[in-house]
Design a binder for this molecule. Structure first.
Ligand code: SAH
Length: 455
């Protein structure tokens, strides 16, 4: 039995999917954050449970060959870049291994099918979106930043290496404005105060920037001065939006937006198509890598001019619209009404006439389409982290029975679970390519090609 607070010498032999180092001390599994495979350490035990324990680094005796020196001043407080202390090559190998482990262990699939991971062209300043909590600092001044690990204390974000460099001056201007007029940050406990989140997006293909301020109220005082000060920071700010979130919730945005300046959206380009992005619509956070992801998905889809393509969980229509010119008909389904509005407009402004978009739950919409005798030859699915509804997988395999299914996933575990169900319903996995969209963080994206096994 390990003792809490005791220090033990050990070697890290693996990393979990969450990026924690794993070692064995007295035949007990111990998880140690911020470690690398091959680290020889003194570890202090901080928590013991029946089957495993948690430790922290007391001293690094011999560092792993994967270790690199930390280049971020925030990393000891922030929990975002869980892989920043290892080389990018080691990170890529780790992410490919996570995919391999998930599909073999959960999916029951031969891991030999997992291809090389596609590295990210940029590993700094790639993030085109931030949603930052607004709070008071210790001196009672407004600050904007991120929550310190396992706490609700807000740490100023300035110097973050992941997000667009365009954001820092905007954040500073917003903080100065809030302090000038002594505006109150939102307080979760008392559900009072005005300013909740500062939400920024940078369309890196066009340079356009969106500023959205999420408030617990309807209006922001002195908004003319806010607009003036924000616009002074960057002439690419195309729109400034207020999002009302009056609910007692940890969901960041509310359903109602109104525009203070500009058109209420920004435009970006992806794979040669232009996309309107409004604040409530999903948009991939790493544009260059999203293009690579979509190109692989298109290659996997192998579309023919007479075919019908169904894009489920389509967001603003990005994946389907970049492929519309290769098919006869495109259908897209998405649950957020604003995203579907964007998708319809995106089809129009790009002169795409063969696309129809529907707002609704993917499983329910798929069933309705099947009743209407829509018969897609290829189905693309790109669900959120929780993966697909098993009813949807049934509808796809039994009613549509397309020859190809392309699954884009941001969570190897739910992907593997769903691939197993597809397997039971007659689909065989042909290709799996991991793509790194989120360098230095623990997340990894995958594109999978499945084809129907003809019975
Ligand atoms: N394919 C798009 C969006 C992928 S993100 C792109 O690459 O940009 C996943 C999308 O699924 C989000 O837009 C989310 O709003 C949507 N979504 C979540 N649950 C859904 C459901 N039950 N039915 C349909 N869409 C859903």
């Amino acid at each position: 039995m390990l003792n809490k607070n005791e220090v033990y010498k050990t070697e890290i032999t693996g990393l979990t999917a969450e990026g924690n180092g794993v070692c064995k001390i007295d035949s007990m599994v111990v998880f140690v954050p911020h470690t690398a495979v091959g680290d020889i350490l003194e570890v202090r035990i901080v928590k013991t449970l029946k089957k495993y324990a948690f430790g922290i680094i007391e001293r690094i005796i011999t560092p792993s060959k994967d270790r690199i020196s930390l280049d971020c001043p925030l990393s000891d407080k922030c929990g975002g870049c869980i892989l920043r202390h290892i080389s990018y090559d080691a990170e890529l190998a780790f992410k490919r291994q996570c995919v391999y482990d998930a599909v073999t262990r959960i999916g029951g699939i031969d891991g030999a099918i997992v291809g090389e991971i596609i590295p990210s062209e940029n590993i700094i300043s790639y993030r085109n979106k931030v949603q930052l909590p607004i709070a008071n600092d210790n001196d009672g001044n407004v600050t904007v930043g991120f929550f310190a690990r396992r706490s609700h204390r807000v740490i100023p974000i300035s110097g973050c290496l992941l997000h667009s460099g365009a954001f820092d001056p905007i954040i500073d201007a917003f903080i100065a404005f809030a302090n000038k007029y002594k505006l109150s940050p939102y307080d979760e406990k008392s559900h009072s105060g005005l300013l909740r989140h500062l939400y920024l997006r940078h369309a890196m293909g066009t340079g356009e920037i969106m500023v959205c301020i999420v408030i617990n109220g309807k209006d922001i005082p002195h908004s003319d001065d806010l607009i003036k000060n924000l616009l002074l920071t960057n002439d690419k700010i195309k729109t400034i939006i207020i999002n009302e979130n009056l609910e007692k919730t940890n969901v960041i945005t509310g359903r109602v937006c109104h525009t203070l300046y500009g058109e209420g959206y920004i435009t970006d380009t992806l794979c040669g198509i232009s996309f309107r992005i409004s604040p409530l619509s999903f948009y991939q956070v790493n544009r260059i890598q999203a293009e690579k992801l979509y190109n692989i998905a298109r290659e996997f889809a192998d579309l023919k001019p007479r075919e019908t393509l169904l894009d489920l969980y389509c967001g603003t229509g990005t994946i389907g619209l970049t492929m519309a010119r290769y098919v006869k008909k495109l259908y897209g389904v998405e649950i957020i009404p604003e995203a579907i509005e964007d998708a319809k407009i995106n089809a129009k402004v790009n002169g795409i006439k063969n696309a129809d978009f529907f707002c609704g739950d993917a499983a329910a919409a798929a069933e309705k389409l099947s009743i209407r005798r829509v018969k897609p030859d290829c189905v693309i699915i790109d669900p959120p982290r929780k993966g697909c509804d098993s009813i949807l997988i049934k509808t796809i395999s039994e009613h549509f029975s397309p020859s190809r299914v392309v699954y884009v996933s941001c969570n190897p575990a739910t992907l593997a679970r769903d691939l197993r169900i597809f397997g039971e319903l007659g689909y065989e996995v042909k290709r799996i390519v991991p793509v790194d969209l989120f360098p230095r963080t623990g997340h990894v994206e995958c594109v999978v090609l499945m084809s129907r096994v003809d019975r």
